[in-house]
Ligand binder design. Structure first.
Ligand code: VGL
Ligand code: ZN
Length: 214
């Protein structure tokens, strides 16, 4: 008997600020076309995430009067358990309800069935589209995947070394067969994220191979 195969496409943070704006990922506009070609494919569900921060978000250097790209330790919110995590301080980016948080121009966003927001709590950084790093709260993504009986998730978008990798690692933790489409991802610093994902059982593929699976 053929194993059940219900694929979901997860489009991570294809937003103005990560392509052309304050936190532009190198060469990010080059993945708009490959992402669009996957958005035209017959996935059971196509979900996008949006980074969607308040103006005083904890991940912004401005919030702390510190230099951009310096690092601090951040703790779980008051009354919660969990260890401190090292946090890179970013330029202000993807402020909720501003143009920087919009989908990048040219993205086939009409093909997206559901959009999940993340990073809305001022005190919590959230790279994964599934949940916060201390696993205190989930976005709408886990429930949406479950509702559609998804078996396999295919992840594309920005940034490979932050939100894409965290989302892919959580997809494995949630029990999904997890694929990252390499030619539809760009990173802030291209480096060890690929090896780390492969070590965790994530399958790295290119979009031509994905189309043959669908
Ligand atoms: C991201 C840095 C800060 C990402 C989000 O989408 O990878 N990176 N916030
Ligand atoms: Zn962010």
């Amino acid at each position: 008997m053929k194993a059940k195969f219900t694929p979901a496409l997860i489009v991570v943070d294809m937003q103005y600020d990560f392509v052309h704006g304050s936190l532009a990922v190198p060469d990010a506009s080059a993945i708009i076309q490959p992402v669009n070609s996957l958005l035209a494919c017959p996935f059971a569900i196509k979900i996008a995430s949006k980074d969607f921060h308040p103006p005083d978000h904890i991940s912004f250097a401005r919030t702390h009067n510190k230099p951009v790209f310096s690092k601090i330790n951040i703790h779980p919110p008051r009354y919660h358990e969990g260890r401190a995590l090292e946090q890179v301080l970013w330029p202000v980016h993807c402020v909720a309800n501003t143009p920087g948080a919009d989908f990048v121009e040219g993205l086939s966003h009409q093909a997206i069935n559901t959009t999940v927001l993340k990073g809305q709590d001022p005190g919590i950084e959230m790279y994964s589209a599934f949940r916060d790093p201390w696993h205190l709260a989930e976005t709408a993504l886990p429930a949406a995947l479950q509702r559609h009986g998804v078996t396999d998730v295919f992840i594309v978008g920005l940034a490979g070394d932050y939100c894409v990798m965290s989302t892919a690692l959580d997809a494995v933790d949630f029990g999904y067969k997890t694929w990252v489409v390499k030619d539809a991802v760009k990173s802030v610093h291209d480096g060890e994220e690929w090896d780390e994902m492969e070590r965790k059982g994530i399958r790295l593929v290119d979009s031509q191979e994905v189309k043959k699976l669908l």
